[in-house]
Design a binder for this molecule. Structure first.
Ligand SMILES: C[S@@+](CC[C@H](N)C(=O)[O-])C[C@H]1O[C@@H](n2cnc3c(N)ncnc32)[C@H](O)[C@@H]1O
Length: 203
């Protein structure tokens, strides 16, 4: 993992400087609750577990991965009222998903809200490949990533995202907005892995 990034995120959780932690699941995810039957989800860079909490409330099973132990601790506390077999939290680097044998390879939904765009230890192509490997046929990937800007090393250009994921997933839409919390343009992407949705009750 990038020690530098890890140290920065760890410090921010330790000092409570986590402005992204609104406690609210974004509408782009909430819309999916009406669109999809409850299935199995994976949240990459899950932070304090807000999205996992709301997935569980909707009857989903959900796993979360974050490399900061403090984030995992906050998420554990937030989720403690749910059945223990409904969710799993992993303190781990999302660039090394292959080292997490307990993860599924047939998630119906994978979410990355503001995590992948700060990764520079693997290429976006490798990240796209790893995500596609974890999705069930017909599964969705929801990505929120800021655009590159001069004063930051964080950010993915929408054309780079489209090109990196194109071999694995179909891009259904991209929506751009001005993200006031980071002072930059950002995009939501909705992508789907080709194939028939078999339905989680059959698996
Ligand atoms: C901007 S925060 C977003 C958190 C959460 N998705 C949300 O929307 O509230 C990015 C999160 O990704 C985590 N993260 C960043 N790089 C990571 C990596 N390589 N592996 C695991 N987690 C990572 C950080 O610790 C942080 O919790």
């Amino acid at each position: 993992m990038t020690e530098d990034r890890y140290a920065r995120f760890s410090e921010r959780y330790a000092s409570g400087d986590i402005p992204w932690d609104s406690g609210i699941t974004p509408p782009e995810i909430v819309e999916l609750f009406a669109e999809l039957p409850a299935g199995r989800a994976l949240d990459l860079g899950c932070g304090s577990g807000t999205v996992i909490r709301d997935l569980l409330r909707q009857g989903w099973r959900a796993d979360g991965v974050d490399f900061v132990q403090k984030a995992i601790d906050i998420a554990s506390a937030k989720l403690s009222g749910f059945p223990a077999d409904a969710y799993r939290l992993f303190c781990h680097d999302v660039t090394r998903l292959d080292q997490l044998p307990d993860l599924r390879s047939d998630y119906d939904l994978i979410i990355d809200i503001g995590c992948g765009h700060s990764i520079n230890t693997i290429t976006i192509e490798a990240y796209a490949h790893a995500i596609a490997n974890r999705l069930a046929p017909g599964g969705l990937f929801m990505l929120y990533a800021s655009h590159p800007r001069r004063e930051s090393t964080v950010g993915w250009d929408p054309r780079t995202v489209a090109a990196a994921f194109a071999p694995h997933l179909d891009l259904l839409w991209e929506q751009r907005s001005d993200d006031k919390t980071i002072g930059a343009l950002a995009s939501w992407y909705k992508m789907r892995k080709a194939g028939l949705i078999t339905g989680h009750f059959m698996r």
